[in-house]
Design a protein around this ligand. Structure first.
Ligand SMILES: [Zn+2]
Length: 215
């Protein structure tokens, strides 16, 4: 059985221990695994409001889930997780290539922090982009939208404030060759469902930002 992305990342990280008293047998409140668990109070701040999203009731966590929560949201890097590897990125834009290339497979998951206020890794699912409070199935349509968005920002030169409007400014269109117009108009309106979902729109921006200079 393929475990969830957080557990796969824990294995890929070398099965690190968590800062908590020795685990005792129980059921994980988040993933439902029966086995060694620690009390969530040692891992998660009392202000954590996500308990309602734990389907298994208990406030105990298995070690992989506890590890997934142990990194503070402010320090969570962007990640590409596969069944056997985890790759961390200091800039979310470095995941742009992967997400433009096509759908995420059932053995790939992406974690993309933008607001850095919530735990994202524990919410990751195979084939999905996980960002602040949102899971997006990453299919061919999503990859195409992201590709077109990158094209609008780089080749067409649309600014983010312009892109946030529901139609392209006539001044922008007027500066483009006529044979670009159909693609600009189609891409612009295809982005409308993303504009209306703030965490998704924020992710789209991060993923199409210029890459940071190399080392
Ligand atoms: Zn668990």
């Amino acid at each position: 059985m393929l475990s969830d992305p957080a557990a796969a990342a824990w294995v890929a990280a070398g099965r690190p221990a968590v800062d908590a008293p020795a685990p005792v047998d129980g059921r994980c409140g988040r993933c439902g695994d029966d086995g060694p668990t620690v009390t969530s109070a040692r891992i998660i701040s009392e202000k954590f409001t996500g308990f309602d999203a734990w389907p298994f009731g208990s406030r105990r966590l298995c070690v992989p889930c506890a590890w997934a929560y142990s990194r503070q949201p402010t320090t969570q890097p962007s990640m590409l997780i596969t069944a056997t590897t985890v790759t961390e990125y200091s800039a979310g834009a470095e995941l742009g290539d992967v997400l433009r290339a096509g759908p995420l497979s059932t053995t790939q998951a992406v974690v993309l922090p933008t607001a850095r206020r919530r735990h994202i890794l524990p919410t990751a699912e195979w084939g999905h982009l996980a960002t602040d409070g949102l899971l997006v199935p990453w299919d061919t349509g999503a990859a195409t939208r992201l590709t077109d968005l990158a094209w609008l920002r780089t080749t067409v030169g649309a600014t983010w404030p312009q892109l946030s409007r529901s139609t392209p400014p006539s001044r922008l269109l007027g500066g483009q060759p006529g044979d670009h117009w159909p693609r600009i108009l189609a891409a612009w309106s295809a982005l409308q469902p993303w504009r209306t979902v703030p965490p998704l729109w924020a992710s789209a921006r991060v993923l199409t930002n210029p890459l940071p200079p190399g080392p």
